[in-house]
Design a binder for this molecule. Structure first.
Ligand code: DAH
Length: 341
């Protein structure tokens, strides 16, 4: 019988060398150690055929073989599992030495940049911000601003009406009325926001952004307006920029002016930007019409004021040399990346 044990031992020793995976090691274990079908298990079952006086020795021999086989096969299993883990690590290895792709840094949209810049300049002069609503009534957008129903000024601004009473505001000037209705002078506000007009070409868009300014106090004159504008244009277009006022017409101001600044591109000599004139139109303004003050319950004998309205897209187009307003709304990153200071 010792020969039978010895043969199994040899079989295990040579078989172990052929094992290449933990799965094979598992099958190998089954082949020898399975309680019912394993070769060592079967040796145990032979016990009944062994003469009683040899049984103790036989049993001891089988047990020792079993212990030994378990040790060998477990070791084999551990080795195979370690090898397989190593292979998996190799296969799943991530090369962390690759340079990162990096994340791109965004920047503020030119409209936001100009808006913030204007707010900064005027806040520095003591203006407060008032943000009105984009839906207005006909009264605030036109009537209270001294633009009666049949007034030709209404045709200057093609309006999107939501109903006979409500409309999308065509100008931030509507905010002037809300402020003057609710606040006693001195008033010094800046009102930025979107406005809407049925207008669409290279320099006009159905939606654009304006910034309204309003100052009302005792003894305010057109000179105060010009003084403030001088400071403003120097800050936004450069120290050497000058302003000039040209007579114009707006129903809510009297007198009304169109404000030009000396061309910041050519310094006033005349170039393509200023169409050879040396001057660039930048905003509309004027002394608040007495009728507008009265509409808001402010006594024009006691108070006076000035107002102005700046187009933000126009300011951005001038500043960045953009010839089509659509470039500001298309969100083309190739364009926007260039307009970030
Ligand atoms: N609301 C005018 C427009 O949209 C701009 C404007 C002109 C505003 C003169 C004013 C002003 O406050 O005084 O064309």
């Amino acid at each position: 019988m010792n020969a039978a044990l010895e043969q199994i031992k040899q079989e295990i020793l040579s078989g172990a060398e052929e094992i290449k995976s933990s799965k094979e090691a598992y099958e190998f274990r089954k082949k020898f150690l399975d309680g019912k079908t394993g070769k060592i298990g079967l040796l145990m079952r032979e016990m009944k055929n062994i003469p009683p006086e040899q049984r103790a020795d036989y049993g001891k021999g089988v047990n020792e073989l079993k212990e030994w086989a378990m040790g060998i096969i477990s070791e084999l299993d551990t080795k195979m599992k370690a090898k397989e883990l190593q292979e998996r690590y190799e296969a799943e290895k991530i090369d962390i030495s690759l340079p990162p792709q990096g994340s791109e840094q965004g920047n503020l949209h030119p409209i936001t940049l100009i808006r913030n810049q204007l707010i900064d300049i005027f806040a520095g002069m003591g203006f407060e911000i008032y943000e009105g609503t984009e839906i207005e009534t006909d009264y605030y957008n036109f009537t209270a601003l001294n633009t009666p129903q049949d007034h030709p000024a209404r045709d200057m601004q093609d309006t999107f009406y939501l109903s006979p009473e409500f409309l999308l505001r065509t100008q931030t000037s509507a905010g002037q009325i809300h402020v003057m209705e609710n606040k006693k002078p001195p008033i010094k506000i800046l009102s930025p926001g979107k406005v809407f007009r049925s207008d669409d070409d290279a320099t006009h868009s159905p939606m654009f952004t304006q910034m309204e300014g309003l100052v009302v106090d005792k003894g305010i004159t057109l000179c105060d307006l010009q003084g403030m504008l001088d400071v403003f244009v120097k800050k936004i277009y450069g120290e050497n920029t000058k302003t000039r006022l040209r007579p114009s017409y707006f129903p809510f101001t009297e007198p009304s002016v169109e404000v030009d600044c000396s061309c910041f591109e050519c310094g006033g000599k005349g170039c393509k930007l200023c169409k050879g004139t040396g001057w660039i139109e930048i905003l509309g303004a004027g002394v608040v019409n007495n009728k507008v003050l009265e509409n808001c319950g402010i006594d024009p004998n006691e108070y006076s004021g000035f107002a102005f309205g700046i187009g933000i897209e126009r300011t951005a187009m001038l500043k960045y040399g953009i010839n089509n307003i659509k470039l500001l709304f298309e969100s083309d990153l190739r364009v926007l990346k260039q307009l970030n200071d």
